[in-house]
Design a binder for this molecule. Structure first.
Ligand code: MG
Length: 307
C-alpha cells in the first residue's frame, strides 16, 4: 500500500511547490473498482469520506478507522458532486432526479432545489455551501445528454447556469455566461468564487478554464476573468488550501495553482482525475477521485475547513 504506484509522483514546476509537498510522501491507491469516481466529501466527525461512482448509481464510503470501503447509498440517483454543510450534513447533486438534496441528521433527504423559475434543472454537478448557509451549485447538462450517468432528457431551461439557493430556499441564477459550468469553490474568507467551465467537451474550441469572480456583500458576483487555462484535459472539480492555492483535477493528475494563476506543480496520477478534497483530522491529506480509483496523498498544506 505504501510502495510507489507506477505513474504517480510529484512534478515541481515552481520552487514554491516544494514547500507544499512532503518529498518522501507517496500517492496511495486506497481503493479501485468504480466506473467513474467523482465528488469526494470528508466527514470529520465520522472520519470517513463519501464519493460518487456515477454510472454505477452508488455513493461509496471509505472509512479512515479501518480503511474499508462500503456502499453508502445505492441507488444514489446518479449522484455526482457532494459537500458537507456547516452542520455536518451531506449535500448532494443528483443527475437522475435533477436536483440538489441534503441528507438530514436523521437520514431523511430534503430537496434543496429542483427547478429554476418553474423549469426543471439540467443535472446539478458540483456544490458548495457558504458560511451564511446559502448553497451554490453548477447545472451543466452532462447528466441528461445520455443514459450513462442519468436519463437522457430534453433540457427545460435551455442553458447551463450557476445557482445560489438562499437560506429561505429562493433559487437565483448567479452566473449565466457559462457553457458547461462544473467545479466551484470559494477562496478562504469567501471573497472570491472560482468556477470551472468545461464547455470544450461539447463546443469545439470551447472553454476549458477556471474563472474567478468577486463575491459582493449581497452575494451577487462581479469580475469573472479567466484565472487559468487547463493544459491537459479538463478542470472538472477543485478545492483550495488555506493559503488560497487551487488544487484541481486534470487529465494527468492534480494541478496546483498559486493565487496569482501560475501553475506551480502537479501530483501525477495514472488515471484521469475528476475531483479532489482535503480530509483527515488536519485536512492535510488530499483525496483524489481518479476514474476507477480513490487515491490519497499527504501534503504540507491544509485545506479550507468545512468544504
Ligand atoms: Mg464535475
Amino acid at each position: 500500500m505504501f510502495g510507489e504506484i507506477e505513474g504517480t509522483g510529484f512534478e515541481v514546476l515552481e520552487p514554491e511547490f516544494s514547500g507544499c509537498i512532503i518529498g518522501h510522501a507517496r500517492v496511495e491507491r486506497l481503493w479501485t473498482g468504480a466506473r467513474w469516481s467523482e465528488g469526494p466529501a470528508w466527514f470529520a466527525a465520522g472520519r470517513y469520506l463519501l464519493w460518487s461512482d456515477i454510472p454505477n448509481n452508488r455513493i461509496l464510503r471509505w472509512d479512515e478507522t479501518d480503511g474499508r470501503v462500503s456502499t453508502f447509498r445505492q441507488p444514489s440517483n446518479n449522484a455526482n458532486g457532494h459537500t458537507v454543510d456547516r452542520q455536518g450534513r451531506l449535500v448532494s447533486c443528483e443527475h437522475l432526479t435533477r436536483r440538489v438534496t441534503r441528507t438530514e441528521h436523521d437520514g431523511s433527504v430534503t430537496v434543496i432545489a429542483d427547478n429554476w423559475q418553474g423549469k426543471r434543472l439540467n443535472s446539478p454537478n458540483d456544490v458548495v455551501v457558504k458560511s451564511d448557509g446559502s448553497v451554490w451549485f453548477t447545472d451543466p447538462s452532462y447528466g441528461i445528454l445520455m443514459d450513462y450517468e442519468g436519463d437522457r432528457a430534453e433540457p427545460e431551461i435551455g442553458a447551463c447556469h450557476v445557482y445560489r439557493v438562499a437560506p429561505d430556499g429562493q433559487v437565483s441564477a448567479i452566473a449565466t455566461d457559462y457553457v458547461k459550468p462544473n467545479g466551484l469553490a470559494f477562496s478562504p474568507g469567501e471573497s472570491l468564487l472560482y468556477i470551472a467551465d468545461t464547455g470544450v467537451t461539447h463546443l469545439p474550441g470551447g472553454p476549458k478554464h477556471i474563472r474567478r469572480h468577486r463575491v459582493n456583500p449581497d452575494d451577487t458576483l462581479s469580475g469573472g476573468e479567466v484565472f487559468a487555462e487547463c493544459t491537459n484535459g479538463l478542470f472538472d472539480g477543485f478545492r483550495l488550501d488555506r493559503d488560497g492555492r487551487i488544487w484541481t483535477s486534470a487529465a494527468d493528475g492534480v494541478h496546483c495553482y498559486a493565487p496569482d494563476g501560475r501553475m506551480i506543480g502537479k501530483i501525477l496520477i495514472p488515471e484521469l482525475v475528476a475531483n479532489v478534497c482535503f480530509g483527515g483530522a488536519k485536512l492535510n491529506r488530499l483525496f483524489i477521485c481518479g476514474t476507477t480509483s480513490l487515491y490519497a496523498v499527504y501534503l504540507n498544506v491544509n485545506g479550507v475547513s468545512s468544504v
